[in-house]
Design a protein around this ligand. Sequence first.
Ligand SMILES: Cc1cc2nc3c(=O)[nH]c(=O)nc-3n(C[C@H](O)[C@H](O)[C@H](O)COP(=O)(O)OP(=O)(O)OC[C@H]3O[C@@H](n4cnc5c(N)ncnc54)[C@H](O)[C@@H]3O)c2cc1C
Length: 411
Amino acid sequence: MPEPLAPPVPVLFPPYHTPEREAIQAEARRFAMEEALPLANELDPQKAEIPRWFLERMGKQGYFGIQIPKEFGGLGLGVFEYCMISEELARAWMSVASIIARAQGGGTQHATGDRRRQLLELSARGEWIGAAGLSEPTAGSDLANVQTRAVLDGDEWVITGQKRWTGNAKAADWMSLLVRTSDPQPGQSRSAGLSTVIVEKERDAFPPGVTAVMIDKIGYHGFLTWNLTFDGMRVPADAMVGWAAKQGRGGKPEERSAFAGVEAGLNIARVHTASRAVGLARAAVEDCITYTQERVQFQHPIADFQAIRFKIAEMAARVEQARSFYRQVATLIDLGYPCEKEAAMVKLMATEMAVEVTGDGIQLHGGNGYTTERQVERHWRDARLTTIFEGTSQIQQRIISDRLLPRSPLQ
Ligand SMILES: Cc1cc2nc3c(=O)[nH]c(=O)nc-3n(C[C@H](O)[C@H](O)[C@H](O)COP(=O)(O)OP(=O)(O)OC[C@H]3O[C@@H](n4cnc5c(N)ncnc54)[C@H](O)[C@@H]3O)c2cc1C
């Protein structure tokens, strides 16, 4: 059934503004501008990683545990605050706003009891930061085509295959891998037989059985991004998410697909990406407001020219529009509404907006915009990625249109 265009309006839509949120935003803004921005200006041109001492600083700010309950040492906040803080961090350096997504309780799903509590506490402090290995050379937009195999051998899984684009893999404390334990049977969905394995690993090293080759990117520095080849890497059987529960019930190794869990996580990832895109576009607007008042041509600051003024007005309005949209979707997620279509919409609109607004930012800087002397080129390079990762714009269009238009039996 096609979905209605307008989502139900929640009866009790909470106010966006609270004194607590205002304080959280002010502190995130201070941290971003005073601490993250100088680091980005220094390290991005070197294609260097975010240093450990800075991750520790972020840990003290609580940014790795925004969504982790307070009882485990987290801030106990929602997707709204997660995105609001991410916008501030991305305004300085997108990589800093991105690395927090590799904590927030991730990499704890396989653990139980005291071990789970311990990992959640480490995650909240930024001492359990991970890497996500979903994509493969032949599985990008089409994740159901994952080929990496996990075969049970006694009480271990033996993993063979390749992952592409695994960001932060070397520096990580754990890797989450989407693997195949069986092939779909006739009549089953193509994603049947997919599971998630959490690989606990030594920081700044790769486990035995893994060969890694770094990918040279044009932006999104701060992270190193890797091609990984698994040649019989061994992990304990209970590294598979859901394994302990199955064992308790006497179940078989893996009978249900991990795909549903991956897709649910992607909803939050998409609104998080939208907030990062807003931060990058805002950075371009703020840089242009400064630059166009400094730069004099025809005996005027170029900010006097109506063409420039109107362009900045339009850029700022588009940023504001995208911010309102991500705040709405984040609120809906926090209220428990299923938001797959809306998460896809905000990811699509905010990231395409960021590419255009940061590109306009380069134009308003003239030749200086096309140099590495100004920050606007970093905002553009990072924004350019946001329409590609976490599902391309075309995949968002596909998700949205599939919920609005039934497919004919001919397809
Ligand atoms: C810098 C960077 C970091 C990344 N980090 C990670 C990471 O940490 N972990 C991870 O698992 N992955 C990561 N990725 C992978 C990322 O999620 C994929 O690149 C993305 O999903 C697109 O897959 P692809 O590159 O294989 O493109 P493809 O799927 O090959 O797409 C190529 C083009 O075809 C279009 N297309 C494909 N299918 C359709 C369709 N059905 N209809 C219309 N158009 C279509 C796409 O939109 C795109 O324009 C990263 C990627 C980059 C570039």
